[in-house]
Structures are given as C-alpha cells and as structure tokens.
Design a protein around this ligand. Sequence first.
Ligand code: TYM
Length: 334
Amino acid sequence: MIDGKKVLFSGMQATGNLTLGNYLGALKNWVTLSDEYECFYSVVDMHSITVRQDSAELRSRARKLLTLYIAAGLDPEKNCIYYQSHVSGHAELAWILNCFTYMGELSRMTQFKDKSAKHADNINAGLFTYPVLMAADILLYQADVVPVGIDQMQHLELTRDIAQRFNAIYGDVFTVPEPYIGKVGARIMSLQDPSKKMSKSDENPNASIYLMDDPDTIMRKFKRAVTDSVGAVRYNEEEQPGICNLIDIYCACTGKSREETEKEFDGKGYGDFKTAVGESVVEKLRPLQEKMAELEKNKDYIDSVIKNNAERAAYVSNKTLRKVQKKVGFPIRP
Ligand code: TYM
C-alpha cells in the first residue's frame, strides 16, 4: 500500500516496434487501472539486452516507448513512468532473488525455450535469468497487481513462487502479486498465422499492426489477414482462428461483445468485416498517434519526467531493497 492505495507494476521491453497486441493486451488496461492503483510503469531496457541490440537504436526506442506510455493516457504526475536501468535496485534485488530461484524452474520457462531457439548463437545467462529480473521489478515495489497479456503468465507464477519461498524463510517481506488479465485482447494473434501471437519480432511486417502504422497501412494489413473458407463471421476457435482473432480485436477496439459482433456481421462477407475491423483500429490508434507526435516535440518535458520519476522509483524501491538486504544478512550501513 502507498498512501492507502494498492500498488500496480508493469513494464514493456523497448525491443522492436510496439504492436496492437502490446496495446490491447497491456497498455490499454494500464490506463483503465491507473486511477485505482498507485502505479509504476517501467520501460524495461535491462531486459532488452538479453538479445543483442544496436545501442543507439535501443536508446531511441526506449525513449519512444516511455513517450508512448504518456501518449496512451498515463499521466506522469500520477503514475511513475521510468527507465528500469535508471533504478539500480532492480539489478541488486535480481541478484539476491537469483539465489532463491532454481535452475529447473528457469529451464521450464517457455519464453526462454522460444528465445534460445531463435537466438541459438547467443544463449546468454541473462536470457536464462530474465524472469528473475522480472520478479525483482515487481517485488521491489510490493506490487499487488500486475496487468499483462497471457504470454507473461508463466513469469508471473514464478514471481509468486519466489516471493512465497522468500517469505517462508524470512517472514512477510514481499507482497505476493496477482496477475491482471483483461477480458478481451489478452492474446492477440498474428494476422498472417493465427496460431502464433502477434509479436514485435515477427519478420513478416504484415503479421503485426504497429502502433505507429498509418491508416492506409493498417487497412491494407487487415485486408490481407488470413481467414478461412467458412465464410461466416462466427467465434469458432477450432475452425476459424483468424476470424476469432479479428473479432477479439474488433471487440477490444469498440467495446462490443462477441455476440453483438456476430449479429452485426450476420450475412455479410469477410471483406466488409475486415474493413470494419481496420477502421475500428485506425480510430482507436488515432488519438495515441496524434498525442505522440505532440509529445515528441516537447523534449524538456519528457526529460523532466524521466528525471523526476526515476528519483521517485528509486526512493520507493530502496525501502524494499534495504529490508531484503537486512533479512539475508548483509551488514547494516553505518
Ligand atoms: P513484452 O515487452 O513482450 O510485452 C509487453 C506487454 O504486452 C503483452 N503482449 C501481448 N498481449 C496480447 N497479445 C499479444 N500478442 C501480446 N504481445 C505482448 C505482454 O503480455 C506484456 O504484458 N517480460 C515482459 C516485460 C516485463 C514485465 C516486467 C511485465 C519485464 N518486467 C514486470 C510485467 C511486470 C515482456 O517481455 O513483455
């Protein structure tokens, strides 16, 4: 609890261009929850270097991502929006938690298996211990709730296990966090292969809608989206995974239910439906894109957000860190 409010923590990697999946699965919920909780939203640049990055590009993407959080509607006066690498407590707690996490647990993480298959030439220790850094992010702020997409659930379960293990030894040190998974949009799939999640790192640009795509590009990508030969707009997961994904996107952007959507497009073809989905996405992203362009011109403002919020994050996180250091037996600072 901070000032009588429960705490929320979440983060995104500054790797690649953000997709509609990141927006509908996470960012959109962050904005909805931001009034109710004391929120910490981090640009997790330390996680990004588990895969080789171009330094200048990473720096620029990280800044864009931080700006995007604000453009999406998160007020940096009320929400702590900061770079993970600016708060040294993340690395310090991660080290301690590494000593309370088992190799077997980390070997079971599907994201590790996927990423090490994809980057076989660079299976570094950071890639392996990535979920421990994520646990440190969350536990440092004593977060009650963590809004994420379904793909991060396994990491969150591990975070809970680590917190409970630590608490069982040292008493109630960490709040055990709960995941928050949105009702719609928690798993947006690729437009080209609906069996895969929409991902920033997909090589096929038609597979993902990027948040900064212009309206023509968005419409074109939806027109090309893979569907099926059934020919009816129905939520049928077995036979129509592509259409289900489009229905989910449409529902998340318009607030309509699956049933309402099926009714609206009853008797209509896929062409009409795809156009409507594309338009709903264009309208959803328009204010975000406009705000982004405006904020990017305001360098001093963004710089001040970066500085002030990192200080606040450091202040809050240090309280947990000092407690943990004491519990594990590190000498008290004179
Ligand atoms: P990242 O950067 O891959 O994704 C950011 C958020 O977007 C969600 N997401 C999706 N949701 C729905 N459909 C999709 N296709 C889709 N793709 C991504 C993710 O679930 C996530 O919520 N390890 C994390 C970042 C992280 C973090 C944390 C998150 C680091 N520390 C602490 C929460 C708390 C990651 O790589 O997310």
